[in-house]
Ligand binder design. Structure first.
Ligand code: G3I
Length: 347
């Protein structure tokens, strides 16, 4: 009698354990945008719109905010000193607008993906400043009034909170950040202007240094409306409470908060990796906690959550680090992953 009971209890425990491990599934029949009370976005490569119909369909049906993964960067928009190239970005904007999507401009001033002429520009500090002004004003004015938010400066700080030694710091000086925001505001009185960076959510020293620097500029009247926390995180090192603290701290400093480039790596160490249910569940649960925290900040400061891609298939992580990884909402076959389901549930 007792033996049968123990066996029964064992079977129930085994079953419940499997059920617990069984991942929650859902469909992508309804949109993320329809579920959220703030913009839900994704970065996209417009070149894929014509070659991958499912990619295109998911991008335009699931999201309400759009960031061009590369098309708005200096190397693409401003390939020669006296030449601007608008067609790829124009196509991106046109398609997004026809699907009633917000377009966020990424990015005006950065140390990567600059055209060769810009990196090699030979001039005095004043000439560099004039070049930077002309670059910013020309682009922001061109996209007015369609593009109403910009990553004005991207990744200007090192991990220790010091200023990154970029061509802008070298040739314009440490005032380049405030000047970039002033030029952007001059070009668009109505746009929301962001500082965007990675690691702010997981490196308190960097975050505190960035906040101190930007708060000082804002006190001087520099128009900095928001901060983009890129959120290139992972399930191994990222800690939900640390991320929550970062979101709250940026909001408490009065900035709009954009979770601007969200992906959650399952294989940050880049080892041989086999996708498994436990990691997918951890990714989903971390996403759930992040959204709950984000929804706790004032609604008017919730600029939005933007994923850095749609499907694992095209993630920058795979190509950049040449490793298997599964950081996004949809799998290689465009099926919604547990992270998608948990995101939707948390919205
Ligand atoms: O377009 C060329 C193509 O013609 C060429 O054949 C191919 C091979 O060389 O390269 C293509 O350009 C690549 C470009 O992405 C478009 O696919 C560049 O090599 C590659 O470096 C570039 O990577 C981008 C990366 O920024 C550059 O640093 C990624 O797509 C993009 O996702 C990534 O995004 C950045 C954000 O802008 C800022 N925050 C970090 C984030 C990840 O690095």
């Amino acid at each position: 009698m007792f033996r049968t009971c123990f066996m029964l209890i064992g079977l129930i425990a085994l079953f419940s354990c499997c059920v617990k491990q069984e991942l929650k599934t859902c469909t992508s029949d309804s949109s993320l945008a329809g579920q959220a009370d703030f913009p839900i976005g994704a970065a996209a490569d417009p070149l894929l719109f014509s070659s991958d119909s499912i990619y295109r369909h998911l991008f335009f049906s699931q999201f309400s905010s759009a960031t061009a993964e590369n098309s708005f960067k200096p190397a693409y928009l401003h390939p020669e000193e006296n030449t601007y190239q608008w067609n790829e970005a124009d196509e991106f904007v046109s398609q997004c607008r026809s699907h009633q999507m917000r377009v966020h401009g990424h990015t005006l001033i950065w140390h990567q993906q600059n055209p060769q002429w810009m990196n090699a520009f030979a001039g005095s500090s004043e000439q560099w400043e004039q070049m930077m002004k002309s670059h910013i004003v020309s682009i922001v004015r061109y996209f007015r009034p369609t593009v109403l938010s910009w990553d004005v400066v991207n990744e200007a700080f090192n991990e220790d909170g010091s200023l990154r030694n970029t061509i802008w710091l070298q040739h314009v000086g440490s005032s380049y950040i405030e000047k970039a925001f002033m030029f952007a505001r001059q070009a668009s009185p109505e746009a929301k202007l962001f500082y965007n960076d990675y690691g702010l959510e997981t490196n308190p020293a960097k975050r505190k240094a960035v906040l101190a620097f930007l708060n000082h500029l804002r006190l001087k009247g520099v128009p900095i409306d928001g901060i983009g926390l890129q959120m290139h995180i992972d399930i191994k090192y990222a800690d939900a409470s640390m991320i929550e603290e970062a979101i709250y701290e940026v909001a408490q400093n009065g900035y709009d908060v954009h979770l601007s480039e969200v992906d959650i790596s399952l294989n940050p160490r880049g080892k041989d990796y086999l996708l498994n249910a436990k990691d997918l569940q951890a990714q989903a649960e971390l996403m759930h906690k992040i959204v709950r925290a984000y929804r706790n900040i004032p609604l008017h400061q919730q600029f939005g959550i933007t994923f850095w891609g749609i499907s694992d298939r095209y993630s920058w992580i795979r190509t950049t680090y040449n490793r298997s990884d599964y950081p996004l909402l949809f799998d290689d076959q465009y099926q919604p992953k547990p992270i998608y389901c948990q995101l939707k549930q948390a919205l």
